[in-house]
Design a protein around this ligand. Structure first.
Ligand code: NAD
Length: 418
């Protein structure tokens, strides 16, 4: 994979690059590049057969200058301390880019959840929630779903926390089921912001997203919703993929039918609406107008980037392009809407969920979607202004410049104690 890099190094390079355009001293820069604290814990959990298995788990609280730490919990065999640190940093700058009053955090368990029963997953999740309880809370740290976690896991964490703390505090976690205090529109929020941001990028280039061809890598929550919503905008989805491989049809296919096929068979491959099976790498290099990477980080390396033909990339995934991949794409004039804006819909509607939980007053889906649209469109315009005004090299640098300045402003107001 060529320059497949450590995601935390990748993250720190992005902050360094943006910091060149801002007047900050070295101590502050160090603060902006490293988490405030990390929980590393080993969860001993009883399996269905009575044996004990131990799972390594992390929670990184990156920056709380602008509000409570906020970020998802990932279940994946590749979860590592550095990955969690990187993801928590991206969250801090994502909440700042979106302009919502939250900080950044992230957590994860090193596990392949497909190898465990539901009752085992519940015990593993509740064991993690027990470790997290002293650290999390509506005003301190608010977890959410990420890869391989969803409403079910969020409800287990909320229930464990509320039981241990003898309270009702639905805002301790977001991404919950509606009946447990979740928000309308949360499930679709990440895909929704990804395609709103893509539409704004097409407008900026004087191109029409309605006529665009689209390829989506990763067909989980972020990817499949992006595909569905961009199709509703009139675009044609020609390729999608998951960890088993990809499918392609030059004339396009129905995104919902592809999802139904994946639900029934476990993968998008073998879908009758496609006429060709392709690899993930081939998908990323298709001649399409819009590419949506929605799987994991480091998908588009320097080598893969050489073959990318899309005009616009809207990053549904976190960190899908390596810094060297970014350089190649900049030379090719590909407009990249960076993850910290494109996929900020998830955390923005999480913020709406938290607001509703605290007010114990719930909004309808139309209000949620309208408020989200306003935030993504306004912040896209803010990034374009910064990009043009300061002659910045990319929209990613513009996003970091805007976000870092917001975090620095808050940190300076708070001052350092004692
Ligand atoms: P998910 O578990 O629902 O889906 C992940 C998808 O990626 C699955 O289809 C899986 O098969 C596929 N995948 C995994 N490894 C792959 C590989 N090597 N090649 C191709 N496909 C692969 O996860 P999700 O919630 O959709 O998250 C996807 C990305 O979006 C992650 O980077 C996540 O951090 C980011 N994200 C998600 C949200 C959210 O609200 N769900 C919010 C912001 C960012």
């Amino acid at each position: 994979m060529g320059d497949s890099v450590n995601p935390f190094e990748s993250f720190q390079e992005q902050v360094d690059e943006a910091a060149e355009y801002i007047d900050i001293d070295e101590g502050m820069l160090d603060r902006l590049k490293n988490p405030e604290r990390i929980l590393e814990t080993n969860l001993s959990v009883e399996m269905d057969d009575g044996s004990i298995e131990v799972f390594r788990a992390y929670r990184s609280q990156f920056n709380g200058d602008r509000g409570p730490y906020k970020g998802g919990i990932r279940y994946h065999p590749n979860v590592s301390r550095d990955e969690v640190k990187a993801l928590s940093g991206w969250m801090a700058y994502k909440t700042a880019t979106a302009g919502i009053p939250l900080g950044g955090g992230k957590g994860g368990i090193v596990i392949d959840p497909s190898e465990y029963s539901e009752s085992e997953l519940e015990r593993i999740t509740r064991a993690f929630a027990t470790e997290l309880t002293p650290l999390i809370g509506e005003d301190s740290d608010i977890p959410a779903p990420d890869v391989n976690t969803g409403q079910r896991e969020m409800n287990w964490i909320k229930d464990t926390y509320e039981t241990l703390e003898n309270t009702t505090e639905p805002g301790v976690i977001t991404g919950k089921d509606i009946s447990s205090g979740g928000s309308e529109g949360r499930v679709e929020a990440t895909g929704r912001s990804t395609v709103i941001a893509a539409r704004e990028a097409f407008d900026y280039l004087d191109k029409d997203i309605h006529r665009a061809t689209v390829a989506v890598q990763g067909y989980g929550n972020a990817g499949w919703i992006s595909a569905k919503l961009v199709e509703e905008m009139g675009a044609t989805v020609v390729a999608v993929s998951d960890s088993s491989g990809g499918i392609y049809n030059e004339d396009g296919f129905d995104a919902v039918d592809a999802k139904i096929h994946k639900r029934e068979t476990g993968s998008v491959t073998g879908f009758a609406g496609a006429d060709e099976e392709i690899t993930n790498e081939e998908l990323l290099q298709l001649d399409v107008d819009l590419l949506i990477p929605a799987a994991l980080e480091n998908a588009i390396t320097e080598e893969v980037a050489q073959g990318v033909q899309a005009d616009v990339i809207s990053e549904a995934a976190n960190g899908p392009i390596t810094p060297k991949g970014d350089d190649v794409l900049a030379e090719k004039d590909v407009l990249i809407v960076p993850d910290i804006l494109a996929n900020a819909g998830g955390v923005t509607v999480s913020y709406f969920e938290w607001v509703q939980n605290r007010q114990r007053f719930y909004w309808d889906e139309e209000r949620v979607n309208n408020e989200l649209e306003d935030i993504i469109v306004n912040q896209f315009d803010t990034l374009v202004d910064a990009y043009e005004e300061h002659g910045l090299p990319s929209m990613r640098v513009a996003a970091y410049v805007v976000a870092i300045q917001r975090v620095v402003d808050a940190a300076e107001q708070a001052d350092v104690w004692p």
